[in-house]
Design a protein around this ligand. Structure first.
Ligand code: FCB
Length: 783
C-alpha cells in the first residue's frame, strides 16, 4: 500500500507543561504560582518531578524525536525575581541530560501559564514590570540550559493567559477586567520580545513562540469551508480573528498591531500602556512559530449579542455550537480547518518555519484487562495528521508535529477529569500504562507517515481471519471474558490493534447481548415542539453516535406509547435510556428505572428519584435576572411563571423570591400556561393589579415576549417604563423589540453532560446528577 510519508527529518514528538505534570509544588524551594492559589488542593499531578526518568524512558520507547516541556518560573525564581534557585534549575538540568541520553531533542517553553504568585501580587501581567522580570528569568534559564537546549519557545498561548486569566477569569489568576486583559496581552508580547532578545544575545539558535489557533468560521463553513459569507458574518469573523490571532501574530512578526484592533484596545484599555519602542522590542526575528490547534471558533453576526468577557469587543457576535462530532471536552472535531490555517500562515508570513506544537483530544477511557483501547483518540490524531500531510504537500512549511500530550494530567481549571494522554495515569498509584493510541503513534513515527487512505473498516470477520480464531472467540476477547487463554487473547488483541478494529454491536452482542443502542425517549411537553428539546436531541445523538452507539428515537406522549417504550427496554433492546424532558408526575421514569437499564434524565424529575439527571441552575438564573433589575434601579418587580407543577418553574420562583425579599421587596407571582398569548394575558393582569410595577421577570422567553406585547397594548414603553427579562435565550429572545435580556441556558453543554453521564453509567461507574451554571445576557429590554 502506498503511504502518506512526511519529509525526511520531520519531527514527531509530544508536549507537556510543568504545572500539569510535575507536582512537587514546594519541593526544593519552589514558590507558589498563580495556579496554586487559583485551584488549591489539586494534588501532585503526575509526580513527574520525581518520575521524570520513567517518563523519558516511555518517550524513548515510543520513538519520540522531540519533547516539548515547560520550565516552571516559580521553581527557578520562587519570588519571581532576584537570585535564581539553583535547586530548581538542577531539575531541568537533569531532565535535559536524560532526554539527550535517550536521543530526544529537548524543546523548552519558558512560560506555560504558571506566573509566580509573588509577581501577581505586584500586579501580574497587566503590569509592565512583569515583562522585564520575564526576560531576567529567561536569561537565567538560558544560562543554565542553553548549552544543550537548541529550541526555545518564549510564551505558550498568550491569548489564553491574558483573556481567560484576566478577562473572563476562568483561568488563574481569575480577574475579570477587559482593560487588564489587553494590558496583559501587550506585556506578554513585550516579555516575549525581551526574552527572545536576551536569549539571542546569549547565543540561542532557534527561538519561537507558541500561539493558540482556532480558525474562525461560521456554522455553514464548518460543513462547507468554501462557503461565501455575508458582509455581516465576514465582519464578525474578522473581529474575532483580530482578537485571537492577529493581536499576537502581527506585533511579533510584523512589528505592528492590526489597524482594526487598535480602536478596540483603546476603547477598553486606552493606549497608554503601548510605549514607543515596544513594537520594535516585540518584533524579534524568529525561526519558528508553534501552532496549537484543537478546534475552530464558530461564530456568526447576531446584532443584539452582548460581548463575551473573554473577547472584549465582540458585541454582536454569537459563538455557536455546531452539531459535529465532539471530544469529551465538547470541542468540535474539524481536521479540515487545519490545512487552510497552515496555508494562510505560510502565505502571510513567508520564511517562518511552523511546527504543530499541540494537537490532541480528551476522550473518556476504559481500562480493560487487555489494555486501554482508545480508538477515538488515535482516530483524532490520524485525521489531523492526514490533514497536516495534505497541507505539507501543498507547500505549508511545517517541520514537526507534537501530540498534546504524553500523560493524562491536571487540566487546569478542569482538574483530573480530562484525559488527553497517550499514556494513562492512575492518580492513586502513579502507575503509567500505554494506551493503544500511544502504540499507534509509535508505529506512525516509525513509518514517518500514514497509509495513503484509510482502509475499509475492519470487521469481526477480518479480525478472526487475521488471528486465526472464530468470530465468537474474538467477541469473547473484546468483551473481556475470562474463558480465553492468554495466548489466544494476545493474538486477537494484536489483530485488533493492527487492523484498528473498533468493537461494534455485532461483536458485543454475540456473547453479552449488548446492543450498544440507546433509546432516546421524548415525552413531549403539552405545547409541542420546544427548541431546547430539539437541540438536545440533535447534540445527544451526535455525541452518542460518535461514541459508537446507535440511537432509537421514541415518543412517549400517550399511555400506549409508555407501554411500548417500557416493553422495548425490558426486552433488552436498549443498553441505555435518555428521557427528556422529565414527564409530569407519572410512572414512566420509575417503570424504566425498574428495568435496571442505565438511564439519565434531562431536568430534575418532579418526583424524587434515584435516576441521575442533568439540569441547570434555575434558581440562580432567576435570582441573577432579579438582581440585575434591582441594580439598574427597578423597585417594583413581578414575576410571570409557567406551569407550577414543573420543578424548573418552582426553582425559578425560589430564585426570584429570594432576591426580591433580600432587597426588601414583596414578591408577586402570576402563573400562565407557557404560551406567549397566556404570557400577555397574565402580564396584563399583573400590571392592572400592581400599577406600580416597573419590571417583570418572566420564567421563559415566550412568556417574556407575551409581556412585551401586553406592555405595548397598555401603552407602556420598554425599557423606559417597564423592564422585562426572559429565561432560555432561545430564538425568540433576539427577535423581539427590544431584544430580551434573558438567562442563557447552555444547551450544548447540557446535551454533552447528558451523553457523558449516560456513557459513564453504561460503563458501570457511579455518577451523580449534574447542575450547570447559567449566564445572564443583557440586551435592550432592561435598558
Ligand atoms: C492548550 C494548553 C494545554 C492544554 C491543552 C488541552 O490550550 O496549552 O496546556 O491545556 O490546551
Amino acid at each position: 500500500m502506498s503511504r502518506a510519508s512526511f519529509p525526511e527529518g520531520f519531527v514527531w514528538g509530544v508536549s507537556t507543561s510543568a504545572y500539569q505534570i510535575e507536582g512537587a509544588a514546594s519541593a526544593d524551594g519552589r514558590g507558589p504560582s498563580i495556579w496554586d492559589t487559583f485551584s488549591t488542593g489539586q494534588g501532585d499531578a503526575c509526580g513527574h518531578y520525581h518520575r521524570y526518568r520513567e517518563d523519558v524512558r516511555l518517550m524513548r520507547d515510543l520513538g519520540m524525536a522531540a519533547y516539548r516541556f515547560s520550565v516552571s518560573w516559580p521553581r527557578v525564581l520562587p519570588e519571581g525575581t532576584g537570585k535564581a534557585n539553583e535547586a530548581g534549575l538542577d531539575f531541568y538540568d537533569r531532565l535535559v541530560d536524560e532526554l539527550l541520553a535517550a536521543g530526544i531533542a529537548p524543546y523548552a517553553t519558558l512560560y506555560h501559564w504558571d506566573l509566580p504568585q509573588a509577581l501577581e501580587d505586584r500586579g501580574g501581567w497587566p503590569e509592565r514590570d512583569t515583562a522585564y522580570r520575564f526576560a531576567d528569568y529567561a536569561a537565567a534559564v538560558h544560562a543554565r540550559l542553553g548549552d544543550r537546549v537548541r529550541t526555545w519557545f518564549t510564551v505558550n498561548e498568550p491569548w489564553v493567559a491574558a483573556f481567560l486569566g484576566y478577562g473572563s477569569g476562568i483561568h488563574a489568576p481569575g480577574r475579570r477586567s477587559a482593560a487588564d486583559a489587553f494590558r496583559a496581552a501587550h506585556h506578554l508580547l513585550l516579555g516575549h520580545g525581551l526574552a527572545a532578545r536576551v536569549m539571542r544575545e546569549a547565543g540561542a539558535r532557534d527561538i519561537g513562540a507558541v500561539l493558540n489557533f482556532t480558525p474562525v468560521m461560521t456554522p455553514a463553513q464548518v460543513r462547507d469551508p468554501g462557503r461565501a459569507l455575508s458582509d455581516e458574518d465576514a465582519e464578525a469573523v474578522a473581529r474575532i480573528d483580530a482578537l485571537v490571532h492577529r493581536q499576537f501574530l502581527e506585533p511579533m512578526l510584523r512589528g505592528a498591531y492590526p489597524a482594526d484592533l487598535l480602536p478596540v484596545v483603546e476603547r477598553h484599555a486606552g493606549l497608554g500602556h503601548l510605549r514607543d519602542g515596544d513594537l520594535d522590542a516585540i518584533a524579534q526575528p524568529l525561526e519558528l512559530l508553534g501552532v496549537n490547534y484543537y478546534t475552530p471558533s464558530v461564530v456568526q453576526a447576531q446584532p443584539s449579542e452582548p460581548a463575551d468577557p473573554a473577547f472584549p469587543g465582540s458585541e454582536g457576535v454569537l459563538f455557536c455550537t455546531v452539531p459535529t462530532a465532539v471530544t469529551a471536552m465538547g470541542w468540535p472535531i474539524v481536521p479540515d480547518a487545519l490545512p487552510p490555517l497552515l496555508r494562510r500562515l505560510t502565505r502571510e508570513y513567508p520564511g517562518l518555519e511552523l511546527m504543530i506544537t499541540e494537537n490532541g483530544a480528551d476522550f473518556a477511557d476504559t481500562v480493560t484487562p487487555d489494555g486501554i483501547h482508545d480508538v477515538e483518540r488515535a482516530r483524532f490524531v490520524e485525521e489531523h495528521v492526514r490533514a497536516l500531510h495534505a497541507a505539507v504537500e501543498e507547500g505549508a512549511d511545517v517541520r514537526g508535529y507534537l501530540v498534546w500530550t504524553l500523560l493524562d494530567n491536571l487540566e487546569w481549571a478542569d482538574g483530573y477529569q480530562r484525559k488527553f494522554g497517550l499514556v494513562h495515569v492512575d492518580f492513586t498509584t502513579q502507575r503509567r500504562r500505554l494506551k493503544d493510541s500511544a502504540l499507534w503513534y509509535r508505529d506512525l513515527v516509525r513509518r514517518n507517515g500514514l497509509p495513503e487512505s484509510r482502509p475499509k473498516r475492519p470487521t469481526l470477520e477480518t479480525v478472526a481471519a487475521r488471528a486465526g480464531v472464530s468470530r465468537a472467540t474474538v467477541s469473547r476477547v473484546v468483551n473481556g471474558e475470562a474463558s480465553v487463554s492468554p495466548e489466544v487473547r494476545a493474538e486477537v488483541m494484536r489483530a485488533v490493534r493492527e487492523l484498528g478494529y473498533v468493537p461494534n454491536a455485532a461483536a458485543r452482542s454475540l456473547v453479552t447481548r449488548r446492543t450498544d443502542s440507546v433509546a432516546l425517549v421524548l415525552s413531549m411537553p403539552a405545547q409541542g415542539g420546544d427548541t431546547l428539546v430539539s437541540a438536545v436531541v440533535q447534540y445527544v445523538t451526535s455525541v452518542l453516535e460518535a461514541a459508537g452507539k446507535s440511537i432509537t428515537l421514541m415518543l412517549a406522549d400517550t399511555a400506549e406509547s409508555h407501554r411500548r417504550v417500557t416493553a422495548h427496554v425490558e426486552a433488552g433492546l436498549a443498553d441505555g435510556v435518555v428521557l427528556l424532558p422529565p414527564e409530569r408526575p407519572g410512572p414512566l421514569t420509575e417503570r424504566l428505572a425498574r428495568t435496571g437499564v442505565p438511564m439519565v434524565l434531562l431536568g430534575r424529575p418532579p418526583v424524587a428519584s434515584l435516576v441521575p439527571y442533568v439540569d441547570v441552575d434555575h434558581a440562580g438564573g432567576a435570582a441573577a435576572a432579579t438582581r440585575h433589575l434591582l441594580a439598574t434601579g427597578r423597585r417594583g418587580i413581578g414575576m410571570l411563571c409557567g406551569p407550577m407543577d414543573l420543578p424548573a418553574t418552582q426553582e425559578r420562583i425560589v430564585g426570584y423570591r429570594e432576591a426580591a425579599l433580600a432587597a426588601g421587596l414583596q414578591p408577586v407571582v402570576v402563573p400562565a400556561d407557557g404560551t406567549p398569548g397566556s404570557g400577555a394575558a397574565a402580564a396584563t393582569r399583573l400590571l392592572d393589579d400592581h400599577p406600580g410595577l416597573d419590571a417583570i421577570v418572566a420564567a421563559s422567553d415566550r412568556l417574556a415576549a407575551g409581556a412585551l406585547r401586553a406592555a405595548r397594548d397598555a401603552g407602556r414603553l420598554v425599557p423606559g417604563d417597564l423592564a422585562v427579562t426572559g429565561f432560555g435565550d432561545g430564538d425568540v429572545a433576539s427577535a423581539t423589540t427590544p431584544a430580551l435580556t434573558t438567562v442563557r441556558v447552555p444547551v450544548a453543554d447540557q446535551a454533552l453532560a447528558l451523553a457523558r453521564l449516560l456513557l459513564s453509567r453504561m460503563e458501570g461507574r457511579h455518577t451523580s446528577s449534574v447542575v450547570l451554571p447559567v449566564r445572564l445576557v443583557v440586551r435592550g429590554s432592561t435598558g
